[in-house]
Design a protein around this ligand. Sequence first.
Ligand code: NAX
Ligand code: K
Length: 499
Amino acid sequence: MELLSVSEMTCADALAVEGGGDSFALMQRAGQAVAAAAQTLAPSGDIVVVAGRGNNGGDGFIAAADLAARGRNVAVTLLCKPETLTGDAARAAKEWRGPLLPFTPESLGRPALIIDALFGAGLDREVKGEPRAMIEAINASGASVLAVDLPSGVNGNSGEAMGVAVNATRTVTFFRKKPGHLLLPGRVHCGETRVADIGIPPRVLDVIHPKTFENIPEWWRGHFPVPGIAGHKYGRGHAVVMSGGMAETGAARLAARAALRAGAGLVTVASPRDALAVNAAALTAVMVREIGTAVDFAAYLEDDRLNACVIGPGAGIGLRTRDMALTALSGPRAVVLDADALTSFADMPQTLFDAIASQPGAQAVLTPHEGEFARLFASLAGRDHALSKLERARLAAQESHAVVLIKGADTVVASPDGRASIAENAPPWLATAGAGDVLSGMIGGMLAQRVPAFEAASIAVWMHGEAARRFGPGLIAEDLADVLPNVFRDLYRRFGVVL
Ligand SMILES: NC(=O)C1=CN([C@@H]2O[C@H](COP(=O)(O)OP(=O)(O)OC[C@H]3O[C@@H](n4cnc5c(N)ncnc54)[C@H](O)[C@@H]3O)[C@@H](O)[C@H]2O)[C@@H](O)CC1
Ligand SMILES: [K+]
C-alpha cells in the first residue's frame, strides 16, 4: 500500500542489490512477471514487444524470450541499435534470438498483444519524434496492450502524460505502485494495474520510509474508530456544523447528517436566527442551536465537549464566515474548512494559516476543489503545470499547517508532516451537487471521534467513494449518508470486528 516515487524505487532496487541481490536477477523476474501477465491477457495470437533503450526495454527482452520459450510467436522492435544498449538491458537483449523488426509503426502489424517496454521509470522529457509516432500507432492498433512498469509517456511521480502516452489494457509494475499509477490521467492510461513481486525484500522500506500511501482500508485500519461496548455518545464526540442563511441551509444539513452517519456521537447545526425554523423543521437526530454572531459561537464553544467543527458548506462568503472560522480555530478542537469558508480567505490566506498555526493541538482540515485551491494557494496553482497534484497538496499542507485534501477522482490528502494519501475508488457519478458537503461532514464525524486529522480525512474520502460506488449511477448527495451503514458493516467484517 506504500507508493514509491521513482527515486524511492531506484533506492529500493539499489538496497536490494546491496543486500546481496543481483540487478539482472531483478530484471529477469520483472520480465518473467510480464510474460506471465501476457499469457493471461492474450493466451493466443502474435505478440510484439516495443522496447526502448533503457532497463524497461530490458524487461521487454526478457519477457519476449520467456514467451517465445512458451511457444508464442513473438517479435521485438527496438528504438535503437542493439549494440548501443548497455548494462542489464544489453545483457537481456543478448538473450533474445528471435526477430528484431525496424522501429516503425508498420512493424507492429496486427498482433493480439503489444507489450509496451519503451519507457518506464526513466522517462525524463517530452516524448517526440519516432517514439511519439510509435506510441500513437500502439494506441491506434486495436491490440490489447500490456505496459511494463508504466505506460510509456506516463510520468511515474505525477501521472502526467508527457506529450503522449500509451493507453494500456493492463500494467504490471514491480514491488510497489508509484503515484503515477493512481493520479490522473496516469491511472486511465494504466488500465488495470497489478503489482509483481520481483524479490525486493520489504525491509528496504524501513530505510526508505515512504510517505505516500494508497488510500485503502488496510492502510488506515489502525485508526478506524470502533465504538467500545461501554461507550457513551459523548465518547464519540460532538460535531458542530455551521449553517448559512435561510436560503442556503441544505448544504449544512447534508454535512450534519453525514457527520452523524460517520459516527459522531452528537451533531448540532449552528444556525443563524432567520434559518432556525427551516433547519429545525428538517432535522431530527441532528440538533439545532441558534448562533448569530462569532461572539455567540465563541460562548457556545466554551463547552469543551464540542470537539469538531465543520464550516463552509452553504456558509456564505465573507466576514461572518471568516469570523466563525477564526473562532473555531481559536481553541483546542478539530476544524474542517470547506467551500465558502475557504473562499472567504482568498484575499487573506495568511490570516487563515496563522490562525491554524496558533491553534492548540492543530487538527485542521482544508478540503478545496481545484477552483478553491487556486484561490487559496495562488502561488502553487500558478505553477500548475510544473507541480503535480500530489506536490501541490504537500506544499499547501506545509504552507497552511493544515491537512489539505484536493478533491477529484484522484483525491489527494496531505499532512503538514509530509505524509500523503491518494484514493482511486471514487466513481464518476460521485461528481454531483452536494457530494463535497457530505464529505466535509464525514470528516467532521471522524474528527469528532478523535481520529487524527490526516487519517480522518483519508478514511472519509475512501468511505465516501465506496458509498458512491455501492449506490451506483443515479446517486444524489442525499443518498450517500444512507449507504454508509453498509460500508461500515463491511469494514467491520474486513477488520474482524464482532458485530
Ligand atoms: N532498476 C532496477 O533494478 C530495475 C528496473 N527495472 C526496469 O527498469 C526501468 C527503468 O529503467 P531505466 O532507468 O533504464 O529507464 P527507462 O528504461 O524507462 O528509459 C530510460 C531511457 O529512455 C530515455 N528517455 C527518457 N525519456 C525519453 C523521451 N521522452 N524520449 C526519448 N528517450 C527518452 C533515457 O535517455 C534513457 O536512455 C523500470 O521502469 C523497470 O521497467 C526492472 O528491470 C526491475 C529492476
Ligand atoms: K512501459
